[in-house]
Design a binder for this molecule. Sequence first.
Ligand code: COA
Length: 165
Amino acid sequence: MTKLLSKKVADSRTLISQLMMPNDANHLGTVHGGVILSIADKVAYVCACRHAGSYCVTASVDRVSFDSPIKVGQLVTFDATLRYVGKTSMEVGIDIYAEDLISKIKTKTNTCYFTMVSIAQNGKPTAVPSLLIETEEEKAKFEEARLRKELSLKYARGKINSLSS
Ligand SMILES: CC(C)(COP(=O)(O)OP(=O)(O)OC[C@H]1O[C@@H](n2cnc3c(N)ncnc32)[C@H](O)[C@@H]1OP(=O)(O)O)[C@@H](O)C(=O)NCCC(=O)NCCS
């Protein structure tokens, strides 16, 4: 089997912006959380595919909190980077920003984490390139994500009943 080359965090960084329209709004005139999650899932997919070089599926979504409302007319930017890479799985962290195009005020509304798994032609998980860590910040994020994965797997397997354990 050929050894996969390591890739840098920067190689798969994905930045996507979308203007929030009236059909993205709830009854209060702010944007539906589901609209943001749907775009974030696609951004996570692009980031994971760029790293893996194969199709990927979403295995889990961790820690989604909306810290401030996003309004119709704001430009929402999704900044996705790989935080952790295992054998076949990758954690993509997405920082989400809402920008008022008139005042130019840009607010970070949340960060969420998607675990994506690389899938081969036979439908089974397949190995991905390892992650080349270049900075102290990337190293700290990698370790944080490794702990998050450990906790998420324990929770998925019913070994703990709360992710704050
Ligand atoms: C995700 C999926 C491919 C995992 O398949 P599996 O047979 O459990 O495979 P494995 O146990 O080998 O897990 C594969 C990797 O995913 C990781 N993983 C699986 N479930 C996870 C979870 N809940 N949280 C974090 N990591 C998870 C495993 O730790 C493993 O990582 P590693 O190879 O880097 O060590 C399978 O459950 C699946 O196809 N789920 C549906 C995905 C989908 O359709 N998503 C869209 C929803 S509409």
